[in-house]
Design a protein around this ligand. Sequence first.
Ligand SMILES: Nc1ncnc2c1ncn2[C@@H]1O[C@H](COP(=O)(O)OP(=O)(O)O)[C@@H](O)[C@H]1O
Ligand SMILES: [Mg+2]
Length: 254
Amino acid sequence: MKPIIQFENVSMSFGKLEVLKSLNLSIQEGETITIIGGSGSGKSVTLKLLLGVVTPDKGRIYFEGNNIVQMKEKELVAMRKQFGVLFQGAALFDSLNVFENIAYPLYEHFKYSEQELKSIVSKKLALVGLPKSEKLMPSELSGGMKKRVGLARAIATDPKLILYDEPTTGLDPTNTQRINQLILDLKKNMKITSIVVTHDMESAFQVSDRIALLKEGKIVSVGTVEEIKNSKDRVVKDFIEGKMKGSEISAGGL
Ligand SMILES: Nc1ncnc2c1ncn2[C@@H]1O[C@H](COP(=O)(O)OP(=O)(O)O)[C@@H](O)[C@H]1O
Ligand SMILES: [Mg+2]
């Protein structure tokens, strides 16, 4: 397997706050990797760096061998077309119905006939377990349904890579389970590369091929679910034990 993404010595500060300090991480094509870390540890910032919406102070970030840090806006736009993003709040357009919300990135990026759009939207809705809900308005959807519509929108363009920022935060156990299952299904059906950012250890164990722990601006440990579960590393053990007790509350999204 070859890396689809590489972070090399990436540092990022906001004023005096050093969020990332020479972070290194390599992500393989087709894997689901989860970045775990405490609130404010820089998980969302890491996703923003990948999208090229913020620029690091130092370091290089490669997508398929091309350094994102040096890309011009035009190249960034082309790159982002290959990404699907599920933001923390799902962020649907309230004045658009479900069909229009999901079709939005398709209108933006490519040219499809009305018939093609209908077919794509209907397939994506079926994938997220919400068939025939095209006409519903966001105000008619529960939190879990909104998240699933957000996911249908994120995959509308058949992205190569999907970024999930706290996909299960604020969801009840049934919807959490549903979203976790969808992350697994998408990997299976679409052979997608997924980067999940979460503070939810249970979800991380469930959906990941590998888990990376972000602490004090660095990836301090990375390994398979089994390796992380059985890690003897104090930092990893402390983090998992703390999380399993549910001692943390997440902060804002992207
Ligand atoms: N645009 C910004 N301006 C100033 N500080 C920011 C900005 N974005 C993030 N931060 C700070 O960077 C730190 C990491 O943020 P974030 O990546 O959102 O954390 P999390 O791991 O909870 O997602 C936080 O202390 C946050 O307040
Ligand atoms: Mg965050």
